[in-house]
Ligand binder design. Structure first.
Ligand code: AMP
Ligand code: MG
Length: 454
């Protein structure tokens, strides 16, 4: 256990030590692609297909022999006889004789005898007969077709107004993805585009890490269920719903362990049965230096306290430990003791718990999203501790962050900065970082801001 008179651990050291306490990610499972949002790949995704799987048309238009369109212009269009049609999902098994074309849809397979696509936008209105075209040589030029009309029947011919070159508007087999190519790396989070890609290369399932399961407990004799009777001595438990939500937002499965009182027995009664079915335990409250702050004792009973107290504000009393190896699988359960003040709870979750849980879940990138900003107001913190000040980011009309000519955000205080002041936490867009060596950052100065909820 850290001796309180020794210098406090810096946030960076604590983070490094916490991340290295995760020795191996959780086991792997195969799940349907459609269920994989937010899950973490455990192996690279390797395509079994070429994508596109065959040459197909990038445009609605005509499949042609490029050489048949040589010299075509709006003034001197080239007429091609239309000998058939290939629809999306249809067969490309048509032969195109010289001087002929086949109507083709976007995504339809390109007949092997064609070497280019003329988009409909490069043809002239072709429904008129050859007779019309020759009967009025001085009449108004035929108009450029902009699209096929829905349900339009196949014209006998088309008038190509722009010469095509070989390969024009053909999407070649394997141009996007080659069969056997490794597409997405292990440790990557699956978002909509990654899911679309996995499905697009024909995968039904993806290998992912099991999601961490985390038990969440609040401690404090004063705590009441927020929907119950609070009375004159109680306060509603804000941390448990907050931490459960923070876990879920981080892609973790969270289990509600309820509220324990300020005694070792009460806390052990909640933690002991949970140790066997979770990967981590998050306990808020009771981690400071008071006579009833017994959470560290509980961690000591389960295993060890590896780290306590960090040079940050808010959140200094943060504690971390690990259980003894479990009989079942030899794994150690991660034990997080978060300070009970609700802002300290959420800030230390963001700084130290989220990255560790995500790393446990196999995620490679766990760094917070940060930005440069200019502060409009004085930001204060204690010297010797890194301050995390709740700030609002100035927004444009549409809610997007406003940036100055150097790309910097502009921030102002989100409200009071006491570690019990939840209202400012709920309004904050981010945490402005006041370095250890300063006690204040003056208006107009630049600060780093860590985004919340991104
Ligand atoms: P502790 O860390 O137990 O010393 O608690 C510090 C402060 O946070 C005290 O004012 C507690 O009443 C308050 N607190 C602790 N746990 C919670 C909770 N779950 N919800 C709201 N406030 C809490
Ligand atoms: Mg307490």
């Amino acid at each position: 256990m850290t001796d309180p008179v020794r210098p406090l651990l810096t946030g960076e050291d604590a983070r490094g030590r916490l991340l290295s306490a995760v020795d191996a990610p959780l086991p792997v499972e195969e799940i349907p692609v459609g269920d994989a949002l937010g899950r973490i790949l455990s192996e690279p995704i390797v395509s079994t297909l070429d994508l596109p799987p065959w040459d197909n048309s990038a445009m609605d238009g005509y499949a042609v022999h490029a050489e048949d369109t040589a010299g075509a212009s709006p003034e001197h269009p080239v007429r091609l006889q239309v000998v058939g049609e290939v629809r999306a999902g249809g067969s490309a098994d048509v032969t195109i004789p010289a001087g002929c074309a086949v109507r083709i849809a976007t995504g339809a397979p390109v007949p092997s005898s064609a070497d280019a696509i003329v988009p409909v936008e490069s043809t002239l209105e072709a429904r008129q007969t050859a007779a019309d075209a020759t009967a009025e040589p001085d009449g108004p030029p035929a108009t450029r077709a902009e699209s096929f009309r829905p349900g339009e029947t196949l014209a006998e011919s088309c008038l190509v107004a722009v010469a095509a070159a070989p390969n024009d508007h053909i999407r070649h087999r394997g141009e996007d993805v080659r069969a056997g190519a490794s597409l997405l790396g292990a440790g990557m989070a699956l978002g909509p585009a990654q899911i679309a890609l996995a499905a697009g290369v024909g995968l039904a399932g993806v290998p992912v890490y099991r999601r961490p399961i985390v038990g969440v407990l609040s401690t404090g004799d004063e705590l009441r269920h927020s929907d119950g009777v609070v009375g004159r001595r109680g306060i509603p438990d804000a941390n448990r719903p907050g931490v459960l939500a923070a876990c879920r937002a981080a892609g973790v499965e969270a289990v509600d362990l309820g509220i324990a009182g300020d005694s070792l027995d009460s806390i052990m009664a909640a933690l002991r049965p949970a140790v066997d079915r979770v990967d981590a335990l998050i306990v808020s409250g009771g981690v400071s230096v008071g006579p009833y702050d017994v959470v560290r004792n509980a961690f000591g009973v389960l295993g060890s306290v590896d780290l306590w107290r960090i040079a940050i504000q808010p959140g200094k009393p943060f504690a971390f430990g690990r259980s003894a190896p479990r009989d079942r699988d030899g794994r150690r359960v991660l034990l997080f003791g978060l300070p009970g003040n609700p802002v300290s709870t959420l800030v230390t979750f963001e700084l130290f718990v989220r990255p560790v849980l995500q790393r446990l879940g196999g995620r490679r990138s766990v760094a917070p999203l940060t930005d440069r900003a200019v502060t409009a107001e004085t930001l204060r913190s204690s010297r010797g501790r890194r301050g995390f000040v709740r700030v609002k980011v100035e927004q444009s009309e549409d809610g997007s962050p406003r940036r100055d000519e150097r790309g910097r955000l502009r921030v102002s205080l989100a409200g009071g900065q006491g570690s019990h002041v939840l209202s400012s936490m709920a309004l904050a867009d981010g945490l402005a970082i006041v370095p250890e060596e300063s006690r204040r950052v003056d208006p107009g100065a630049e600060v780093e801001v860590m985004w919340l909820g991104r």
